[in-house]
Write a protein that binds this ligand. Structure first.
Ligand code: PXP
Length: 247
């Protein structure tokens, strides 16, 4: 069943926990299977250049085990392009990556690197991988993503969530307005719109209510919440909130 608004569950931080001890547990593939059973429409995993959480063998394990689409988050590097082409996941989300950052801090500068990124994504598209560009809700970046031929964009909700957490509600509302306008601009350009980063039970509702948005990718909060309520319950509650917002 294809839902009007899909939930991609990012399982990176199950691998973060595993790597803290150096063994095999907890297993991110097991988390992915549980997430699917709990209502995830897809699984997202970011193979970072430094392999700080997801590792190469996790991608192979996910490709072999999961039934829902894999959204492979990757930097625009030759190494990651080769890995993506060898696995041919359903989707590849191109993200900026810097070694010193704790998480993906900003959107990709598509407008400033248009020719290279157009060339970079072409073989992925030719291989049948649905390419999305992870960008800020900036009109110039959205227009550039459309020009390079990406079929999908994922708008970065990090600032919107951070302002909410800090109680800066004016700035939070301004970010929400930018996301709403960005989603409309992108849909008018024929792009499919996804959103994600930092979303939780409180911040998800206004985002899920944006009718152009077709997919949310959520990780850190769900894995953290799973410590208290279990992963199935956390995903179930997130899905419920998404559906409530949509209705
Ligand atoms: N979307 C993208 C492109 C990301 O890089 C991340 C973080 O890996 C997420 C969504 C999920 O963010 P979070 O883990 O904060 O929910």
């Amino acid at each position: 069943m294809t839902r009007d608004l899909r939930l991609g569950v990012n399982i990176d931080h199950v691998a973060t926990l595993r790597n803290a001890r150096g063994g095999a547990l907890p297993d991110p593939v097991r988390a992915a299977l549980l997430a699917e059973a709990a209502g995830a429409d897809g699984i997202t995993a970011h193979l970072r250049e430094d392999r700080r959480h997801i590792r190469d063998e996790d991608i192979a394990g996910l490709m072999a085990a999961i039934k829902t689409p894999l959204n492979f988050e990757m930097a625009a590097t030759a190494e990651m392009q080769k890995i993506a082409l060898s696995h041919r996941p359903h989707a590849a989300c191109i993200v900026p990556e810097r070694r010193e950052e704790r998480t993906t801090e900003g959107g990709l500068d598509v407008a400033g690197d248009e020719a290279r990124l157009a060339e970079f994504i072409a073989p992925l598209r030719d291989a049948g991988i649905r390419v999305s560009m992870f960008i800020a809700a900036d009109p110039q970046q959205i227009a550039a993503a459309a020009r390079i031929g990406a079929p999908v964009i994922e708008l970065h909700t990090g600032a919107y969530c951070d302002y909410h957490a800090e109680g800066e509600m004016e700035a939070h509302k301004a970010e929400l307005s930018r996301l709403i306008a960005g989603a409309k601009q992108a849909a008018d350009l024929g792009l499919e719109v996804h959103m994600g980063h930092g979303l939780n039970y409180e911040t998800v509702t206004p985002i899920a209510a944006i009718k152009e948005v077709r997919e949310l990718n959520i990780g850190h909060f769900l894995i953290g919440e799973a410590v208290f309520t279990g992963l199935s319950a956390a995903i179930g509650e997130m899905r419920r909130l998404m559906e409530e917002a949509r209705a």
